[in-house]
Design a protein around this ligand. Structure first.
Ligand code: C5P
Length: 306
């Protein structure tokens, strides 16, 4: 057993997110293509004093809304792993370094949970295999299993039923981080409202065949025309200014732009690295968003740092 362990896990963009309907448990049945990008949070775990329980500290940008108590998803992850492994007394110190924008549609909390799972498994040296870790991850949140595997993957169910997808080239992204947050349940609820009002409808039987073929060929302009997010109208309905951000990115030469997951972050696909860096500089200069980042995908899933 080592005395401490650190792990990193990536943010995600949904290259495609189609909502097929609402389930009896209140979740939405989706068909999605996840794509991990090179913005990673880091989670470091070390043993705490006997009887101290779980303590959390966070550092990074806009961390005010990240809980530092039992409500933090990294704490829930460590406790679930301990329960599975038969560890009764959990006394750990968890340090989270946030790079992924908070509550921004890039699954930053899910990344923290995934990083916490692999870090705690390494620290305790418990024999929990990847299938069991995946099952624990799915119980923590719909996007946590993908943060474990990374890369590019199709997601069904709530998003937790995964199959890796062949993606033959690096994709260059500009990530535009809007001010404020959008809560995922609120955006799904807005989608429900738009459907009830007749302003939106569920996707029927979408199979993403064209997007998957474009990812196999690796040609960015072909991938660009197949990017789709059914949550985008709901995110825009709650945050109309996102329309201006999306328009600005495409006017500045992005191949395509879309709201990332439930937003409010927008992701723009560029032709190559130089185009992305130029676009990031120009978009930043417009002052429409709080921060602009460059990222490349696909990126590996959660992994322990040496
Ligand atoms: O699974 P997770 O805890 O990340 O989901 C947060 C919330 O997002 C859920 O409580 C639900 O309101 C909404 N959600 C959904 N359908 C999904 C994923 C999330 O309705 N497929």
């Amino acid at each position: 057993m080592s005395t401490s362990a650190s792990a990193v896990a990536p943010a995600k963009i949904n290259l495609s997110l189609r909502i097929l309907g609402v389930r009896d448990d209140g979740y939405h049945e989706i068909s999605t293509v996840f794509h991990a990008v090179s913005l990673c949070d880091e989670v470091r775990i070390r043993p705490g004093a006997v009887g101290s329980g779980c303590s959390v500290s966070t550092s990074g940008d806009r961390i005010e809304s990240v809980p530092t108590d039992e409500g933090n998803i990294a704490v829930r992850a460590v406790r679930e792993l301990a329960r599975f492994a038969g560890i009764d007394q959990v006394d750990v110190v968890i340090e989270i370094t946030k790079v992924i924008p908070v509550a921004a549609g890039m699954a930053g909390g899910s990344a923290d949970a995934a990083a916490a799972l692999v870090a705690a498994r390494a620290m305790w040296g418990v024999p929990v295999d990847d299938d069991d870790l995946h099952a624990i991850a799915a119980g923590l949140g719909s996007d946590v299993p993908f943060a474990l595997i990374g890369g590019t993957a199709r997601g069904l169910g709530r998003g937790e039923v995964l199959a890796s997808v062949l993606s033959t080239s690096s994709l260059h992204w500009v990530i535009a981080v809007s001010d404020g947050e959008l809560s995922t349940p609120a955006v799904y609820a807005e989608w429900d409202r738009l459907v009830a009002a007749g302003d939106c409808q569920p996707s029927d039987g979408a199979d993403d065949r064209d997007l998957l073929a474009a990812l196999r060929s690796g040609v960015a302009p072909d991938i660009a025309v197949h990017l789709v997010n059914d949550l985008q109208p709901a995110a825009i309905s709650l945050r109309p200014s996102l329309t201006d951000v999306l328009a600005a990115g495409t006017e500045l030469g992005a191949l395509a732009g879309l709201v990332s997951g439930s937003g409010p972050t927008c992701a723009f696909l560029a032709a190559d690295r130089d185009e992305a860096i130029g676009l990031a500089a120009e978009l930043s200069g417009l002052g429409l968003v709080r921060a602009v980042r460059y990222a490349v995908g696909p990126h590996p899933g959660a992994r322990v740092m040496p």
